[in-house]
Design a protein around this ligand. Structure first.
Ligand SMILES: *Cc1c(COP(=O)(O)O)cnc(C)c1O
Length: 218
């Protein structure tokens, strides 16, 4: 069996045990950014459905044909999206995890009408209040959420966060869960290779795992 598949099964097994503490077992998004099709194929053949990328251009070249071959794949965009790339985002992707500004939200709304297709969306929240990080600040979240949901008619299903590195992620996961409950959202995108077990405990529904499945990126 391919190493990536063994890794994935190992994570699934850990989650099966953890799942007793949670109400809902989280889905694993296999984050395949920087890895070529030959690395992705074994995981697809194993039957895995959720994959994540962080660059539109790279995703187009890797996934346009793969998605025709494996028709029930869900593709997740995790990285920053420029507004001029939205016309490529909507046809190829099923989820966006990184909505963080109004211009992008408006562009998505327009493009969804044009293409007659809706994607599921997470609002990225900047919980660390770090200037350099992407994400909507907590104090602006109410307004932003309402604008996306009511005025732009976006299918916002949850919140996403990237806790500051070198800090214990627990308080960030707890905070995001609180916000999510307040808006009565169904999904939470949090947890990566190093903290997915903690994130699961705090109610994550989508774990974004790259390194622990595919290995170190070069
Ligand atoms: C790359 C990436 C991941 C996966 O990171 P790992 O530490 O390799 O699991 C998760 N989320 C986002 C937004 C990423 O860009």
């Amino acid at each position: 069996m391919h190493t990536s598949v063994i890794n994935l099964i190992g994570i699934e097994n850990k989650l099966n045990v953890l799942a007793y503490e949670n109400k809902r077992k989280p889905e694993i998004i296999a984050v395949s950014k920087t890895f070529g099709i030959q690395h992705i194929k074994p995981v697809l053949e194993h039957g895995h459905k959720n994959f994540g990328e962080n660059k539109i251009q790279e995703a187009i070249s890797k996934w346009t044909d793969l998605k025709k071959e494996y028709t029930d794949i869900k593709l997740h965009m995790l990285g920053k999206v420029q507004t001029n790339k939205v016309k490529f985002l909507i046809p190829l992707f099923d989820y966006l995890h990184s909505l963080d500004n109004l211009k992008l939200a408006e562009k998505i709304s327009n493009e969804e009408v044009k293409k007659n297709k809706k994607i599921k969306i997470f609002i990225q929240v900047n919980l660390g209040e770090e200037d350099q990080k992407n994400g909507i600040n907590l104090k602006d979240l109410d307004n932003f959420y309402n604008e996306c949901k009511k005025n732009l008619n976006l299918d916002v299903i949850g919140l996403m966060c990237l806790p500051p590195q070198n800090e214990n992620p627990e308080k960030f996961f707890r905070k995001l869960k609180e916000c999510s409950d307040k808006f009565r959202l169904t999904d939470l995108s949090m947890g990566m290779s190093n903290d997915y077990e903690v994130a699961s405990k705090f109610g994550s529904t989508f774990l974004r795992i790259g390194t622990k499945i595919f290995g170190e990126r070069v």
